[in-house]
Design a protein around this ligand. Structure first.
Ligand code: ADP
Length: 484
């Protein structure tokens, strides 16, 4: 196992070297559990980003030309090193992000799973031979790497989001420049330490923590960068997409969600409560697929809400590294302020607090697991992505009403349906406007399935056999057999 300190890097990783920002700037990284400083990390800007793009462009021809089996072997070695270092990586992740250690371990395992999955997919990038329109012609289709990729990742999954983008890009033969979230660069840099140990050639993957907008603009404005993959808010995603028009970049956007969690009266109530706890309170409610609106059929509304409140109340709120912690702190003070304001607005408009409702006695950014009943569509938390441990319960009477309520949002990422009627579950699952539906399942992210959304939740898919297509261009060769 790797000793924890050897995985902490305070510098950026550019062209195979660990380096400071050109202007020497650094940013303090803090532990959200107590606000203490973990360390300072190089804080790069526009000129550094340009240099990193140059390194990725220079490394591209050789990486692209490697046999797929070699790229696969590298990814497999990297996955194995990540798994061997799961403990120190998970602890580092919890320190910079706050989530309970058990969740951090699961996230590191998921990061390794993405690396392993795309090691396998690297060898399955097949072309086609299409029957040609004339006897003397042949039509060959090749899949080729798009080129240099820019990746921008968020703070809620500091390791898994990195692996989910880097693994398919490297498998396809692309090189990357990745900007991690300013709150959580340490996990991305630690993954780079292990990539280096696994034999990553210089410049193939560059990690540049730093100033969001100048770096983002440099990446997007560069003609050398042929693809942008972004996970974050819809507002920022929209800006990045608009700016990408100038260079006609390929773009994948995994943006915000407003997941409905529909519980029908015929559902197994215990399973529905457990699913809701998993979907709502994982990562303190800070995931884009978290249940944001719990829609519960009228006849079981009181029973479900009482059971959910009892389960939520029993969750152990504690620093992520404390034994038994089930809910850590929120990422920062503004997250707490936002959640508080959403609850105040809901209560003002008639919601009832069944449990929680405010800051936790632990202080800092700890927040009580909260269940609200009598939520209605006019409340701000019906449209906003809550990103906190607050479960608002809405009431419905019919299947059609449930689907209409579920879809009454510009977002379309994840949805959840709990019912023991398979026909109904499939009917509703097919009808919902979103990219993913959990049917009697509260957590469904896996490297084997296509993750992504529709409408304001963006486009593009990550993971599965489809994920690598985001990093491949089709080229067709038309061949005249009679020509000399
Ligand atoms: P969140 O609210 O979850 O922090 P953001 O969309 O603000 O979501 O951030 C997601 C990622 O996008 C982070 O890495 C952040 O630094 C980056 N980011 C934010 N604003 C910009 C921008 N204008 N240009 C490029 N990247 C940005």
């Amino acid at each position: 196992m790797t000793p924890p300190d050897t995985l902490i890097r305070r510098q950026a990783f550019v062209g195979g070297l660990w380096c400071d920002a050109l202007d020497g700037r650094r940013l303090a990284i803090t532990d959200p559990a107590d606000g203490s400083e973990i360390c300072e990390v190089a804080h790069l800007s526009r000129e550094d980003a340009k240099r990193a793009i140059g390194c990725a462009a220079e490394a591209l021809p050789a990486w692209r030309a490697r046999p797929a089996a070699e790229r696969a072997a590298f990814l497999r070695r990297w996955a194995d090193l990540v798994l061997e270092s799961i403990e120190p990586l998970a602890k580092l992740l919890t320190r910079e992000q706050g989530k309970p250690l058990a969740e951090a371990r699961a996230e590191i395992a998921q990061a390794a799973a993405f690396l392993g999955w795309f090691a396998e997919e690297a060898r399955r990038v097949y072309g086609d031979l299409i029957p040609a329109p004339r006897a003397d012609r042949r039509t060959l289709v090749l899949k080729q790497p798009v080129g240099v990729v820019a990746a921008i990742t968020p703070w809620n999954f500091p390791a898994a989001m990195v692996a989910r983008k880097v693994a398919p890009a490297l498998a396809a033969g692309c090189t990357l420049v990745l900007k991690p979230a300013p709150q959580t660069p340490l996990s991305a840099l630690a993954l780079a330490v292990l990539a280096e140990a696994a034999g990553l050639p210089p410049g193939v993957l560059n990690i540049i923590p730093g100033e969001a907008e100048p770096i983002g603009n440099a990446l997007i404005d560069s003609h050398a960068v042929r693809k942008l993959t972004f996970t974050g808010s819809t507002a920022v995603g929209r800006q990045l997409l608009a700016r990408s028009a100038a260079t006609l970049k390929r773009v994948s956007l995994e943006l915000g969600g407003n997941a409905p969690f529909i519980v029908f009266a015929d559902a197994d109530l215990d399973a529905a409560v457990e699913g809701a706890i998993e979907s709502k309170f994982r990562n303190s409610g800070q995931t884009c697929v978290c249940a944001n609106r719990l829609l519960v059929e009228d006849s079981i509304y009181d029973a479900f809400s009482a059971r959910l409140a009892a389960r939520a109340k029993a969750l152990v709120v504690a620093p992520g590294l404390a034994p038994g912690s089930q809910q850590g702190p929120l990422i920062d003070q503004s997250a707490v302020d936002k959640v508080e304001a959403l609850i105040a607005d809901a209560v003002d408009k008639g919601a009832r607090v069944l449990t929680g409702g405010g800051r936790h006695v632990l202080g800092g950014t700890f927040f009580q697991p909260t269940v609200l009943t009598e939520a209605t569509a006019d409340m701000q938390l019906c449209q906003a992505e809550i990103f906190g441990p607050v479960a608002p319960l809405y009431r419905f009477h019919t299947e059609n009403e449930a689907v209409a309520l579920a879809d009454a949002t510009p977002f379309g990422l994840a949805s959840y349906v709990y019912s023991s009627d398979l026909g109904r579950a499939l009917r509703v699952g097919e009808a919902l406007q979103c990219g993913m539906v959990g049917i009697n399942v509260g957590a469904m992210s896996t490297e084997t399935a296509p993750f992504g959304g529709v409408k304001d939740s963006g486009f593009g898919r990550e993971g599965s056999m489809y994920g690598i297509d985001e990093y491949l261009d089709l080229k067709y060769l038309s061949l005249d057999l009679s020509a000399r």
